[in-house]
Design a protein around this ligand. Structure first.
Ligand code: ZN
Length: 423
């Protein structure tokens, strides 16, 4: 039995996001046997591509399996199928990724390629054992997607100039900060694109490589085949590049590698989990990096988030409230006379949104900031200095984009606690 219109766990299922899949469910029984499973799985991926979903989940519950898609950062329930059908779909993708099809005792990862809707997709597959069976997560990457230019990621002109200036100086460390899925890698690739064709050596160390780029040496960590992170770092440093991209600083080892490279005449780009640009200092300290090392190496901290972009076809104007006006003036901005809100139309599948939009904060360290770090200044002190020296906050950038009608005011709440207290 299909429960397409029944809420699962009080969440509303949105079958419109999985149209082809639901058409198949109407034509055939759900994939209780393997005969139709491939067709169902292909239809799911095609639906995910149509709605530009970043991830596809197959999540087993007690009686049924929920199928979900992450679109513009939000996870939507798109269908529920009987548990046995869910198991067949999971097995199909495991076979596709050449993974062991017996029940797993621990999480496993695999890769697969698939053609869907005229696109070459790169599927990053994760299977996790749960008490109800195996849960499947698929990250969908467009194998041929174009790398965005620096002026296409939504960053303001002056901030782009700071980054270009840093690229021309070839020194120190640039860190892009934010949570998972905040567009950090997109920003790094847009910087690599700026460097393409210049007479300089560029080497990346990624896990995994997300975009292949001409003229750049890209190393992929592959523990299964014996290329560990430590080996890859040594190989990368031996190549003596001018620019070095480390996919992520995630432990003391990668933090010290980054600092060493940046201190030896190479320019280093990387990403870091930190709430804002100043938070990069705390994160590095937590990985055991000394204050003087941070002060000598760190040149630029960029923080970013992705907010949902309003569908320009159906957005409508809305009154601005007094509290909203106050939020603008508290941030030293003139409040607009009106704001915009989403409605929903055929083009945006009724969501009112069309993809996502980057909001940024850029902190270029000056001599005073270096001195503060060296003397162990904490985050509030560094943040105050950054603000006083003209660095615009994530919240201020988001407010500007709200005033321009690119995103609704409600999206600002997604910036987190700091923004919520201000908004
Ligand atoms: Zn629309």
């Amino acid at each position: 039995m299909i429960h397409a219109a029944v809420p699962v766990n009080e969440r509303q299922i949105e079958p419109r996001l999985a149209k082809r899949f639901h058409q198949l469910l109407q034509q055939h029984a759900p994939p209780a046997d393997l005969a139709f499973t491939e067709e169902f799985a292909m239809a799911l991926v095609a639906d995910a591509v149509q709605w530009k979903a970043s991830d596809l989940h197959v999540e087993p519950a007690v009686a049924e399996t929920r199928i979900r898609m992450r679109v513009d950062g939000l996870l939507h329930d798109v269908a529920a199928v009987p548990a046995v059908s869910g198991r067949h779909i999971v097995t199909y993708f495991k076979v596709l990724a050449q993974m062991d099809t017996s029940a797993l005792a621990r999480p496993e990862h695999g890769h697969a390629r698939m053609d869907a809707s005229g696109m070459q997709l790169d599927l990053r597959i994760t299977v996790v054992p749960t008490p109800n069976g195996e849960m499947l997560g698929i990250r969908l990457l467009d194998g041929l997607r174009t790398v965005l230019r620096l002026d296409e990621i939504g960053m303001s002109g002056p901030e782009q100039s700071h980054l270009r200036q840093w690229l021309s100086e070839i020194q120190g460390m640039l860190l892009v900060c934010g949570p998972v899925g905040s567009g950090k890698t997109t920003t790094l690739y847009s910087l690599l694109r700026e460097l393409q064709g210049r007479p300089c050596g560029i080497v990346t160390l990624e896990d995994p490589v997300e975009n292949l780029m001409d003229g750049i040496t890209q190393i992929e960590v592959n523990e299964k085949r014996g290329l560990t992170f430590s080996d890859a770092i040594r190989a990368m440093l031996r190549l003596d590049p001018d620019f070095l991209l480390l996919g992520e600083i995630r432990d003391p080892e990668s933090a010290h590698t980054a600092i060493t490279a940046a201190g030896s005449g190479q320019a280093l780009l990387s990403t870091l989990h930190a709430r804002d640009s100043v938070g990069a200092v705390t994160a590095l300290r937590n990985y055991g990096v000394k204050n003087w090392e941070i002060s000598a190496a760190l040149e630029i901290g960029v923080a970013q988030r992705l907010l949902r972009r309003l569908c320009l076809r159906c957005r409508v104007e809305t009154e601005i409230t007094d509290a909203q006006k106050e939020c603008f003036s508290e941030n030293g901005m003139v409040a607009p006379t009106r704001l915009w809100k989403p409605i929903g139309c055929d083009v945006c599948a009724g969501t009112g949104f069309d993809g996502r939009l980057g909001v940024f904060e850029l902190w270029r360290l000056d001599s005073e900031a270096r001195s503060l770090i060296q003397h162990g200044a904490d985050e509030p002190a560094l943040r105050q200095h950054a603000k006083a020296s003209g660095s615009r906050t994530l919240l201020a950038d988001a407010l500007e984009k709200t005033a321009a009608g690119l995103t609704p005011f409600a999206e600002i709440l997604r910036l987190g606690r700091q923004a919520r207290s201000a908004a």
